[in-house]
Design a protein around this ligand. Structure first.
Ligand code: PLP
Length: 376
């Protein structure tokens, strides 16, 4: 019954871990989950109140496929592009699928740095493409342009980039990112730059790759305004690329929820957006400093510059590590969910309260010490 294109797609490892954690909790065990892929903060009341008003005012119907003018203009202004280059989507994920279906040629190659967000691998499979991964473990979890140039050829249709990165928190510098975009352009490939964490950064400001002819920048408000359940994403690309994605979007997401579009547009236009993001980021910074400070004493990692994840080398099989750690009361995501060469890595999400993070760190130390006592 199942179509060939989905037969090879496995249910995500993150979901499996989620189920293990839920089962342990049902059994009454106290588990701190560091597997969460969304801010633990509530959506700001500034958004909720405006959305309720918008619903009462009748923003409950279809909008234009491209999104309401007010939101497109606000996004265009924020990113210094024309409104005609902006399309609002039902979350970042819809934008990623639209871009994949629009630009990944069947039988072509898709380049994905490892580690990367697991959905990119699924998009490549759905589109019938082969994946070519670039190892980034020795280069601070960002791809080296020279290595990238070596694996490129005319058969590559799409390159995925994602900085700040899920699962590592790495941020690429402008020079390398632009070099990669230029090399991709030389081979006629589209770069899908997933910039969904661009507002969540600490010291190094992330680069936006908008305004490059072969780049589709995917973004949204799921993370920056803690709105994962609202489904507001967007894509920025020059008009020809945007029109290709519109052909998919018009039959896929169709439009993002009208009242949510209106609420986000008003928050952006009111000037409150920056303040709301920065209060959340200053909390994340404290947690990043704590988690990195403590766990980097035990395991090798790269200091996260953005997002709310850290990726660490636990020097043993990640699935075994994750399963044993559950018995110590902590859940983490095994690295194999994020591409090749990650068998000994796990992802830590610090989108959790300081109290829970303190508990989790103590428990991880407990596990680490018992392992040391056994002589590893
Ligand atoms: N891109 C990355 C790198 C993500 O980590 C996520 C969510 O975890 C998404 C895209 C999807 O975002 P959305 O909830 O807006 O679909």
């Amino acid at each position: 019954m199942e179509a060939g294109r989905v037969r090879e797609i496995s249910t995500s490892m993150i979901r499996r871990m989620f189920e293990i954690v839920e089962k342990a909790k049902r059994e009454g065990r106290d588990i701190v989950s560091l597997t969460i892929g969304e801010p633990d903060f509530s959506t700001p009341k500034e958004v909720i109140e405006r959305a309720c008003r918008a619903m009462r005012e009748g923003f409950t119907h279809y909008t234009s496929n491209l999104g309401i003018e007010e939101l497109r203009s606000a996004i265009a202004e924020e990113y210094g592009v024309s409104k005609d280059e902006v399309m609002v989507t039902a979350g970042g994920s819809e934008a990623l699928l639209n871009a994949s279906l629009a630009f990944i040629e069947e039988g072509s190659k898709v380049v994905i740095p490892s580690p990367s967000f697991l959905s990119y691998f699924t998009y490549a499979k759905i589109c019938g493409a082969r994946v070519s991964e670039i190892r980034t473990h020795e280069t601070g979890f960002v791809p080296n342009p020279e290595i990238f140039a070596e694996i490129m050829d005319r058969n590559v249709s799409v390159v995925f980039l994602n900085y700040p990165n899920n699962p590592t928190g790495a941020v690429i510098d402008r020079g390398s990112a632009e070099e990669i975009v230029k090399i991709a352009a030389d081979y006629g490939a589209v770069v899908i730059s997933d910039e969904i964490y661009d507002k969540i950064y600490y010291d190094k400001k992330p680069v936006s790759l908008v305004n490059h002819e072969n780049v589709v920048a995917v973004n949204g408000f799921s993370k920056s305004l803690a709105m994962t359940g609202w489904r507001i994403g967007f894509v920025i690309a020059e008009e020809t690329l945007l029109n290709s994605m519109l052909k998919i979007h018009q039959v896929n997401g169709v439009c993002a929820p009208a009242f949510a579009q209106k609420a986000v547009a008003e928050v952006m236009l009111s000037g409150e957006f920056k303040r709301l993001v920065s209060s959340m980021v200053s909390e994340f910074r404290k947690r990043r400093d704590f988690v990195y400070g403590e766990l980097s004493k035990l395991y090798w990692t790269v200091k996260p510059e953005g997002a709310f994840y850290m990726f660490m080398d636990v020097r043993e099989n990640c699935i075994k590590f994750a399963e044993t750690l559950i018995s110590y009361g902590v859940a983490v995501t095994p690295g194999t969910a994020f591409g090749s060469w990650n068998e000994n890595f796990v992802r830590i999400s610090y989108a959790n309260s300081m109290e829970n993070l303190r508990k989790a760190v103590e428990r991880i130390k407990g596990y680490y010490d018992s392992k040391e006592a056994q002589g590893r």
